[in-house]
Design a binder for this molecule. Structure first.
Ligand code: IMP
Ligand code: MG
Length: 174
């Protein structure tokens, strides 16, 4: 695999994202809702870089896929979502690829009477977007390559890498 983004660059970008979030919410209480499993590393770094009255929540979304990198049916597990009624919610995911995951999650949170719902991601594969909105906050735009590390996986591997790397075509099962 080839390294795309160094750990130090990620650290700097996550701190910048923290400042952006503080500026947007202006001291208002916020729930950061991490999308499992890919957001866990970002979530743990970001929450320590945001000075706001903060609650952390989780929601699980997985698109079933075998060994390939193509997406399947999206399964959402709502059982972990905390009470968000009247609260500002920031949905946090590792990557905005086609955008379908966050497109499905936003109305679920809105229906729970959140005060506002916005989105933040580490990576945005802008040329792959298939929905009519963009993430409200992102750290890096990346080209259309399959990437791993800092929470992102290939068959549940590589999430622990402190950097972002792109898999070579011969490392991906057809
Ligand atoms: P979307 O619904 O197409 O925006 O895809 C979002 C989800 O697909 C992310 O939460 C990731 O789990 C997964 N995904 C998309 N692209 C990649 C990638 O390059 N590497 C690892 N996971 C990815
Ligand atoms: Mg994911």
């Amino acid at each position: 695999m080839k390294k795309l983004i160094e750990a130090a660059e990620i650290k700097e970008a996550v701190h910048k994202l923290g400042r952006e979030i503080e500026e947007w919410y202006q001291g208002e209480p916020l729930t950061i809702l991490g999308v499992l499993t890919g957001s866990v590393i970002l979530l743990s770094d970001l929450v320590r870089a945001v000075e706001l009255p903060l609650k952390i929540g989780l929601i699980q979304a997985s698109s079933y896929r075998g060994t390939s990198t193509t997406r399947g049916e999206l399964i959402i597990n709502e059982s972990l979502i905390p009470n968000v009624e009247g609260r500002h919610v920031l949905l946090l995911d590792d990557i905005f690829d086609t955008g379908h995951t966050l497109q499905k999650l936003i109305p679920i949170i809105e229906n729970r009477k959140a005060r506002s719902v916005r989105t933040a991601v580490l990576l945005w594969k802008a040329e792959r977007t298939e929905v009519d909105f963009a993430p409200d906050h992102h750290c890096f735009k990346i080209p259309n390559e399959f990437v791993v590390g800092y929470g992102l996986d290939y068959n549940d591997e590589y999430r622990h890498l402190p950097y972002i790397a792109a898999l070579e075509p011969d490392e991906i099962d057809a």
